[in-house]
Design a protein around this ligand. Sequence first.
Ligand SMILES: [Zn+2]
Length: 318
Amino acid sequence: MSSKVRAGVLSALLGAALVCGQSASAQQEPDWSKVQIKVTKVSGNIYMLEGQGGNIAASVGEDGIVIVDDQFAPLADKIQAALKELKISDKPVRFVINTHYHGDHTGGNVPFSNAGSTLIAQDNVRKRLETGGAAGNGGSIKMDVKPAEKAALPIITFEHDVTVHLNGEDIRALHFPSGHTDGDSIIFFPKNNVVHMGDDFVRYGFPFIDVASGGSVQGMIEAMEKATAQLPPDVKVIPGHGALSNLDDVRSFTKMLKETSAVVQKALNDHKTLEQMKKDKILTPWAKWTGDFVNEDAFIETLYNSLTGHKGEFVKHN
Ligand SMILES: [Zn+2]
């Protein structure tokens, strides 16, 4: 695809300024007025909201509303309206849990916190929002992340896990270290048997792994294997991006991560350079996973950098 289209996909997915060769003017800001929020009932009182950016999970009930992730600031009013239209609760969104710090999952933090929601996230989410910095796969995917304003910062943070007791359910956020980033949480709704995976599990093809923000493929594999082993076999899975899924989808995603990692590890053991791996097209057997966001070469870079601990050069923000 053209670099302009890719830049648009990247910025839409991450809500971050791109610094990898494309000028800022080449980025396509989505036309927010055209974005519609699609609401799907997942199970019991749990809903999935799709608009632009990461999927939202919502627990809507007698005590009020908890949402997991909040997409982009310009969509906050539409998200609030979509939740009201369910006519289940006239109570507000009391809590927002962020699965990780990327702008397509936390972009609505300011309007939601200004409207009275309490933001909750893992410690590293607050740290990375506060400082900003560079996101990327250590190679061709690089993004400049500006420090967030105070209202965007989670008020309650946790190291390993936290439980929100609301709407008759013990909603559990569990941190998995170093997967998509170093601040990822998976959120489980045990009574309704629904899980929101954050961006440790996505449906757009090869995943973006933010190696520059402490992510790694090894951690992503570990998170998915642990989660798959612990969750009920029939749990409904909300991915960070893409359609509602099940654990078989997670397993085939994990299998792909393990197989492609093994191929890159073998090439490393054979002393192949990154350029050789790309030239040899070593991921061609997994070409069906090539997506608009992360193509084969970008995923080779991701795995290479993940397995060698290379995080890419530091990118300064203005
Ligand atoms: Zn993300």
